[in-house]
Design a protein around this ligand. Structure first.
Ligand SMILES: Nc1ncnc2c1ncn2[C@@H]1O[C@H](COP(=O)(O)OP(=O)(O)OP(=O)(O)O)[C@@H](O)[C@H]1O
Length: 238
């Protein structure tokens, strides 16, 4: 059974049909990347999954449950978690304190301490653990964000352009973090422009174009698809 499934999902903004009859399926255990040219409707689709937009019609199923009308916090309680592009960390607190706050909801004090140290090490944040999060480099902030997003041990981690603004080395490290989380059992859905990252992590790729699923397959199938290449022509993505 799919972990996440949308059935004929539609979203209109006035006369704009931004999500067009999207029937999408995400198998548990996968790393699935969603790509598409600017304005293809990737962010809108994400926001529909999270409950930040209500669909005009269609259904969203998560872990066997119809979540179409659930509020964002209820979806998080069902086992979804998201890392947005815009940092949601507390800049005046240290990296360690940020993780402590995120983890205290799930774990008692002793266990939380242990998990904070494990996450700091996993995310290569040990050396900066006591620095103010607001002063960390862009890449380190993004990894701290991932740490906060996984603190609830979600079944599904949603990542919105996780490597935006990163160097190739940071992008690679982010890919390794995602692969490790997946190896531990987390299913991942990422909206991403960086094709090196997509190649590094994705089991499956869906291409959105004008709000529709335009193509779906492995990265090799997508890269070899001339119709996909054509919709990217003139756009500034590799
Ligand atoms: N709240 C809104 N009201 C009206 N139109 C919107 C709204 N949000 C998005 N749109 C329009 O919907 C279309 C798809 O936007 P969306 O941000 O989902 O695309 P995207 O694929 O995420 O683009 P990008 O890669 O540039 O982030 C665009 O034409 C956008 O202008």
């Amino acid at each position: 059974m799919a972990l996440l499934q949308t059935q004929n999902l539609n979203k209109h903004f006035g006369g704009l049909h931004v999500t067009a009859d999207v029937s999408f399926s995400l198998e548990p255990g996968r790393i699935h990347c969603l790509i598409g040219p600017n304005g293809a409707g990737k962010s809108t689709f994400f926001r529909l999954l999270l409950g930040e937009h209500q669909p005009s019609s269609g259904t969203i199923l998560f872990d066997g449950q119809d979540i179409t009308r659930l509020k964002p916090f209820q979806r998080i309680n069902c086992g979804m978690s998201v890392k947005f592009q815009v940092p949601g960390i507390f800049g005046a607190l240290s990296a360690r304190q940020n993780l402590q706050i995120a983890l205290q909801h799930r774990l008692g004090p002793g266990d939380a301490e242990e998990e904070v140290e494990r996450l700091l090490s996993f995310l290569q944040l040990e050396d900066v653990a006591d620095q103010q999060a607001g002063n960390l480099s862009h890449g380190l902030k993004q990894w701290l964000e991932i740490g906060m997003a996984i603190s609830l041990k979600p079944k599904l981690l949603l990542l919105d352009e996780p490597t935006a603004g990163m160097s190739p080395e940071e992008t690679f490290m982010t890919g390794e973090i995602v692969r490790q989380l997946n190896a531990e059992g987390m299913t991942v859905l990422a909206v991403e422009h960086d094709m090196a990252f997509v190649r590094q992590v994705a089991d499956r790729v869906s291409v959105l174009h004008f709000g529709r699923i335009f193509a779906e397959g492995t990265i090799d199938e997508i890269v070899a698809d001339e119709r996909v290449a054509a919709i990217y022509l003139g756009q500034n993505h590799d």
